[in-house]
Design a protein around this ligand. Sequence first.
Ligand code: TXE
Length: 481
Amino acid sequence: MIEIKNYINGKLQNPISGEWIDNYDPSCGEVYGKIPNSGKEDVEAAYIASAKAFPEWSNTNLETRSRILSKIADLIEEKLDSLAAAESKDNGKPISLAAKVDIPRASANFRFFAHAITQFAGESHESVGLNAINFTLRKPLGIVGCISPWNLPLYLFTWKIAPALAAGNCVVAKPSEVTPMTAYLLSEICMEAGLPPGVLNIVHGLGHATGQAIVEHPKIKAISFTGGTATGEHIARTAAPMFKKLSLELGGKNPNLIFADCDYGKMLDTTVRSSFANQGQICLCGSRIFVEESIYEKFKPDFVARVKALKVGHPSQKNSNLGALVSKPHLEKVLSYIEDAPNQDANILCGGNKVTVPGYEKGYYLEPTVIEVKTNQCKLNQEEIFGPVVTIMPFKTEEEALTMANDVRYGLSATIWTTNLDRTMRLSNHLEAGIIWVNTWLMRDLRTPFGGMKDSGVGREGGFEALRFFTEPKNVCIQYS
Ligand code: TXE
């Protein structure tokens, strides 16, 4: 039984209440550890530690701050194998994915912001004719809250923490209670890297208790949250009367627009990945596939054949393309959409069933599923399923494709497959999405703004956008004679 601890004031601590929550291994459906069921008192202790650490950390020179964050990046890199194994066991994702994407990216997050802060600058404006100069100071906010989800645990946790710390804030952070393990291992790494006590505090527990206590805390100045849209809405409502700064990265129902003039082979390879990477549990997955009519009847069997060839297996096996879904309730939620497909006038082309992996019969495995739909208005196309389920349907014209792509409450990302530059520009201008990929998917440059519009969220993360979020601009106007 692995016992996870809170990381408060530089020390690993048990929850004050002495209460614990079970932690499940999704690959076999068994409890393998316990995590603190933290309450308000633990969050308060974390806040007090942060507040004590803030004056010194916010005044630590950039070189020192940067060196400590780089050291954390180095240590994550050094421990890649053990972190990848822990992430895979906790989340159910294939170990190969954790080793190739999640953990390197967590290290890159720290390394990137360790450098970015040394390049970050306030603006200055000379008021010509008035003998005045304005300059903008960018001050850290103080104590900030970072709350992250279970789909890319260490990757998204560090995506928030690294810029917050780089900008000179102290942090009270909560990883998802469903996947707490690598956040716990990060506590140990921070201690090893010499991060001063209290600068980062990691409090484990349930959303409505620990998370809520962070959001409600009157002195925590900002909340950076990634998770479900309903939770984001609740957080926004709670935080608004306190005028907290909010960054919300929420759900997606991303369109994948495939035109006949695309590079077909590259499109097919990438579309399989953008549909089922991480068991489809990435907010950026292209879950609604729209295909130009002239290639639809070719695409359909080609895609289905490729999906049928994917191997669902134990996450530790190197040849598993898909591992287990993250939890039993989530598996049931995803299955409920599949079971409802016939009521939506939709046709399951492949998949749709639970998978039994020998030796791990109680694991949460599901076949990658392709469903042909008749209208974009069906539930399968309008609600975020967040699992290995994609829909396909044909379109006749670019206008029709654009209308269907935008006809959804979400606006996170969109992918366009075409070699026509004019079309690329027309669609990029009119698609309602914060991130648009053309002839690629999930290619990330950490300097770029990341986030969605409509119900996919508020604000942008990444690069200087994140450093702007985690700082308060203060304009100073000096008149001289
Ligand atoms: O996420 P929650 P859930 C979507 C996906 C999924 C749905 C629900 O569709 O099926 O959301 O997933 C914390 N105050 N995404 O329920 O609850 C919680 O403890 C403060 C998309 O697992 O939003 C966890 O740390 N915090 C998404 C974090 O919020 C609260 C990734 C996210 O959990 C809280 C995950 C509260 N009142 C799910 N309630 C994406 N955009 O990538 C919960 N939390």
